[in-house]
Design a protein around this ligand. Structure first.
Ligand SMILES: Nc1nc2c(ncn2[C@@H]2O[C@H](COP(=O)(O)OP(=O)(O)OP(=O)(O)O)[C@@H](O)[C@H]2O)c(=O)[nH]1
Ligand SMILES: [Mg+2]
Length: 479
């Protein structure tokens, strides 16, 4: 610990995953990570900042360049109290050791050590050299067993070897670590030096409060998206005479539908941008087969997300009370919703979505003009689908580690060749009572009113997001 904050130097062989660990722990996806060894060429400090305050820092390093020489020097000078500092004092002007001095300097000033090893590889002599020289520094140290492949047969040998010289040994996968695992790693750091306990407790506390605040901000983002999307309406005014056939009217409606859908897509993107920034992501590579990459109005999204028909009926989403009109669920074998068009002066297929129209269209003729108006959204499935997609986005933003830049692990390419039977969203797993709360919220949102269900909706969404912070949901992350 330097001054008031814990500082940890990350050591290990080239390509062990050091920078990935730092990127994940500091939530910094701009740190250079590469499959080639030797990517990090100098030591850099990466702070963790919450509320403008640096609460801890990690030093990413290239690792030792001359471990054998350092160990020999340490062994020859073992009577020194601060071996790291003594080595730096003796080699400061030697260019051969400039990188090693850059690592040992913060250690001599009180930084703790995290050794990152790739547990998928066999232990070699140079690993033992490094473990021994770190032991001789006498500094608090933890070993992190990262695993860069699916090879696990060397893991227990690593555990044994590391636990002999490290105060704590933890498995930590820089690509898959969730928020909960990051907290556990910080908890474990307390063990390596009791003097750090109060400071690390305060750090963990800041982390936890910051996470709760992000969840709160995310719920606000989701509720605003739903309110804006569900209340949205557009209109077009045409002079009577400009349209002389029903085919032309249909074209106007088609263009309006396109504009209407485009607005909803843009609202979704705006909310996604906010969610991404709540969770500090700059680099965001989704695999092409991800559900999050599919068009919001595509069949695949419609089939994979939202409630099933029975749930919609039970929740009352299809009833008149919720929507102010009887909404067709597409059960009658029609190609578009008739219910959604009740009350419209002119009918017609308007944006089939789950066989029910996305929104109601009215055409009013008066004083020499025809006014086309579309909206708000009346399709009962749509709000659940939009909500599910946003929650899926949250799941990734919350759990996609910052050290895992691209989806380079080859998520299986999933092309649905038959109708999707199982939904992949979150709303389907809620109770009927919770569905009803959501339906009532959607229904007032459509009218642009404040809903007395908002605080209950907030609770439901907060519950889902808190669960996402704790559970392994990797399958869904690749969607
Ligand atoms: N599958 C998998 N790959 C990982 C993991 N951690 C790191 N990698 C990959 O391992 C490679 C090296 O990662 P880096 O973080 O750059 O390693 P480093 O130790 O900083 O490397 P140098 O800076 O070159 O010493 C990159 O291709 C990473 O994507 C992991 O937990 N799982
Ligand atoms: Mg590196």
């Amino acid at each position: 610990m330097n001054g008031d904050i814990p500082i940890l130097a990350i050591l290990g062989h080239p390509n062990a995953g050091k920078s990935s660990v730092v990127a994940t722990l500091t939530e910094n996806d701009r740190i250079e990570i590469d499959q080639r060894a030797g990517t990090t060429t100098r030591s850099d400090e990466y702070p963790v900042i919450i509320d403008g305050q640096t609460i801890m820092a990690f030093i990413d390093t290239p690792g030792f360049q001359n471990p054998t020489d350092i160990l020999e020097w340490f062994q020859a000078h073992h009577d020194r109290i601060d071996l790291a500092g003594a080595f730096v004092a003796a080699h400061r002007d030697d260019p051969l050791f400039s990188h090693d001095c850059a690592l040992l300097e913060p250690i001599s000033k009180g930084a703790g050590i995290i050794l990152v090893v790739d547990g998928s590889k066999r232990i070699k002599e140079k690993d033992r050299t490094e473990m021994e020289l770190l032991r001789l520094t006498g500094r608090p140290r933890m070993a992190v067993l990262n695993n860069l492949s699916t090879e696990h047969k060397h893991m227990s040998a690593w555990q044994d070897a590391l636990s002999r010289t490290f105060n704590s040994v933890r498995e930590f996968n820089a690509h898959r670590a969730t928020y909960a695992e990051r907290i556990k790693l910080l908890q474990a750091l307390k063990v390596i030096d009791q003097r750090w306990e109060p400071q690390l407790d305060a750090t963990i506390d800041s982390f936890e409060r910051d996470w709760e605040r992000r969840i709160d901000e995310t719920v606000t983002t989701i509720l605003s998206l739903l309110k804006e999307a569900l209340a949205f309406k557009i209109s077009r005014v045409m002079k009577v005479g400009e349209l002389d056939s029903d085919a032309e009217r249909d074209r106007v409606r088609e263009r309006m539908l396109e504009a209407f859908q485009e607005k909803l897509r843009r609202l979704e993107i705006k909310a996604q941008d906010q969610i991404r920034s709540h969770f500090h992501h700059n680099v965001w590579n989704l695999p092409p087969e991800s559900l999050l990459k599919k068009d919001l109005f595509s069949d695949e999204v419609e089939q994979s997300l939202g409630l099933n028909k029975q749930q919609l009926i039970i929740a009352g989403a299809a009833g008149g009370a919720a929507t102010g009109g009887v909404i067709d669920l597409g059960v009658g074998g029609l190609s578009f919703g008739t219910g959604a068009l009740i009350g419209a002066l002119a009918g017609g297929a308007l944006g089939a979505f789950g066989k029910a129209a996305l929104a109601k269209v009215d055409i009013q003729k008066k004083l020499g003009i025809e006014r086309f108006s579309m909206g708000p959204v009346t399709n009962p499935r749509f709000p659940f689908i939009l909500l599910d997609r946003t929650l899926l986005y949250c799941a990734r933003a919350m759990n996609w580690s910052h050290g895992r830049k691209a989806s380079d692990e080859g998520a299986p390419h999933r092309v649905p060749d038959k109708p999707i039977k199982k939904k992949k969203g979150f709303t389907e797993g809620l109770s009927a009572e919770q569905h009803r709360v959501l339906v009532r919220f959607f229904s007032t949102a459509r009218r642009g009113w404040e809903s007395n269900q908002e605080s209950r909706c907030r609770e439901i969404l907060t519950g889902i997001l808190l669960d996402l912070s704790e559970t392994e949901i990797d399958d869904r992350l690749d969607l």
